[in-house]
Structures are given as structure tokens and as C-alpha cells.
Design a protein around this ligand. Sequence first.
Ligand SMILES: [Cu+2]
Length: 452
Amino acid sequence: MKSDDRRLSRRRVLAAGGAGLASAALAWRARAQTTPPDPSAPTGAPPNAPPSAPAVAAAAPGRPGVDYTPVVVPDGATLPWKLVDGVKVFHLIAQEVDHEFAPGLRANCWGYNGRVHGPTIEAVEGDRVRFYVTNKLPAPTSVHWHGILLPNGMDGVAGLNQRPIAPGETFKYEFPLRQHGTFMYHPHHDEMTQMALGMMGLFVIHPRTPPTPKVDRDFAIMLGEWKLTPGTARPDPNEMTDFNVLTMNARAHPGTAPLVVRLGERVRIRYGNLSAMDHHPIHLHGYQFRIVETDGGAIPESAQQRETTVLVQTGSTKTIEFVADAPGDWALHCHMTHHVMNQMGHGIPNLVGVDAGDLDAKVRRLLPDYMTMGTAGMGDMAEMSMAVPKNSLPMAGSRGPFGAITMGGMFTILKVRDGITSYDDPGWYASPEKPADVADPEELKRDGIELG
Ligand SMILES: [Cu+2]
């Protein structure tokens, strides 16, 4: 609110009369006194308490499998740590990484510990964490702990909070974790270049008291976008609008691993988005879910809404939960239709509805493989195994049980199965019901459907 607006509304309130004002103030006070405490606030210190304030009541370092259910990072990994005098010690190594986005497409990226994106950091509210960051890049860098409440000198903005980490140097960051939720890390030095090349990761802090009901499968997915000109070897950090590789955990469909879940399990999916320029509305088929948390903390149950799509703005995280009670292969994808496409074929004229006539026959005299495409849309492209330039991905397409899946990019599959004994890819779902298929002429007749 601008100060002018505030003055205006205040004048308006005063004009409403003293008695009304007094009763409004009383009502406000009563509400303030009965407002329950913020469930996302850590015990012992308010979220914005200065660093000298006590952290959560001194707690033993959280143990995986005992104090929390470790997250699953499809196509990714979590960062190992060791315990030294009660402190969890991590080592991040910033370096160049040869990364595969999907079979057929690789690039020289920048990441951490041999991975793009960097491994997911996982700890528990109340832990004290120490990060050594070694810079093996040819450029200075820094690490910002995005969304984490910490002392100012640990915030990692080069030039503002620290000097940059020069190539070859190892810096130390250390702070207590005073909150829980899903957060991120990324450089805050030459962000445009370094993040476009892949430098980012998720930072999951589990609550000190495990949630009830218990979450059985806890997935972590970082959403990202890249410009990788077909045939080139490095992502282009100068791109502002035209991103052509859209990823989940730095993989593009058909390179994305499915999310495998046993029927009836409670599922959490944590999404983080550090895309350069885009927000991603992530849609899940077959389910309604609740958005239970943002990087600002847990959302009280009374304020949670049922949704089928969650908008993950860049620079934010959103966490959803649902009980996987519907078996099947359910699509999980960004709903921006150009974000479920891969590199090839965006910069072409609109040929939908065009009659190519005998153009193909004429051009084939010169180019034997020529084929006019796009006159009835792009769906056919997924069916054809056209030759594409070296190191590039066709616009769309993977093989499903019923033919081509005409999507790529920010797309994966939630596979819910009864009776599975492992979380390995169970293959395609064998539906007990007959899938949609060509209509029976008798039924068409019965239902009065006239086919012209
Ligand atoms: Cu998107």
C-alpha cells in the first residue's frame, strides 16, 4: 500500500465515526487474542528472530529413516553428510558437468558434485549445518540458501554479504536450521549465467516432529528451463524468452523417470522453480490434491484448497499432498503447452489448414526426403522417426502402450500400482476397464448418434 493510499483509507475510517472505530478495534483485539499460533513457526524463536536468538530447543541431529522419511529425487540424488561434533557437515563442489537431458541430448553444464542440478540437501529442523563450498569453475561464484532464515553473513549474495568465492577457493557457511519446509540453493554471483547453466538445487528441511498422518512417498522436483540450440554443446544464458528444453530435475521427457507409488500411500510432491523467466502450472491427472506448504511455511489445514493444478512461480516452492487411491498411469506435467515440447520445430510458419497440393512431389525431385508438415497440427511428428540434427531432441514423442505420447519436456508419469514390492518402473498400466476406443455401430444407433 502506498502511503497516500494509507492516508486516504485512514481518513475514510475516521469519517466512519468514533463508535464504529472503537468496536472495530475491540473486535480486532479479540481476534488477535484467539488466533492460534502459526504452526509453521519453529518453537523457541519467531521466524524472523535475530541470529543471536535461541534456535529450536537444542535437538540431537535428525536421523534418516527414524526422525524423517528421506525424500525421493527422481533422476537425482541427495547430498551425503557426516556428523562432526553434532554438526551435519556437507561439501558442495561447484564444477562443470557433462549432463544428459534425455537420450540423444547432452550439454556442458555447470552444477555441483558431478550433477545437474546439484544434489538435494536434506536435514531436519533444529540441526546445525556446515557447508564447505569448493569452487572448481573458471569463474567466481557464491551460494545463496534461498528461503532459509539465517544470519545475514551466511546469505551468500556476492558483493552484498560476502566476497565471491574465487576459482580454487573453499568457503565455509554455517547456520542452525530454525524452520522446516522446501527451500533451494543457487549462486548469487552472475546469476543469469550460472543458473542458466544449471547451478541450483533443492534444500529440504524436515519438521522436528514428523507429520501425521505419515507421508509414505516424498518426492522432490526442481523445475527448470534452458535454451539449447540444436547441435550446440552449451546452454545459452543470454536467452530471455525462447526456452526450448523444459525440465523436471534437469531431465526432459522422454528422459524423465516416473513417480512410482503403491496404491493407498500418502504422497507428497515438493516442487521448486528456479527457471530464468517462467512460472509453471503443474497439473496432475486423476487426482485432487491439497497445497500443504510453500517456502513460507505450512498452510493450516483450514486454509488448504483442493486443486488439480498448482502454479509454481519462479523463485518459489509449493508442496502438494494426496492419497494415491486411484491406480493407473497418470500424466503429471506443466500445463503451458509449449513447456511440454522439446527443441525442434517451434520457429516455423503456421501451416495449419494449408493445402500443400503437389508441392511435395515437386520438391522431392530436388530433396527426395521432403515432406510438408504441420498442415493438420504437430501430432504426426511424434509418430515419425525423422532425422534430427546431431545432439537435439525431436519436438515431442515417446512410445506409450497405445502409440505415440505427443508430449516432451516438462512431463512425467505418476504410476500408482496395487501389490508392487519395489518402486522400480512397473511398466505400463494394464487397465481392468476397456480404454476409450472406436464406438460400436449398434450403440451409436441405440443412442441416436447420426454420423453425417
Ligand atoms: Cu511450464
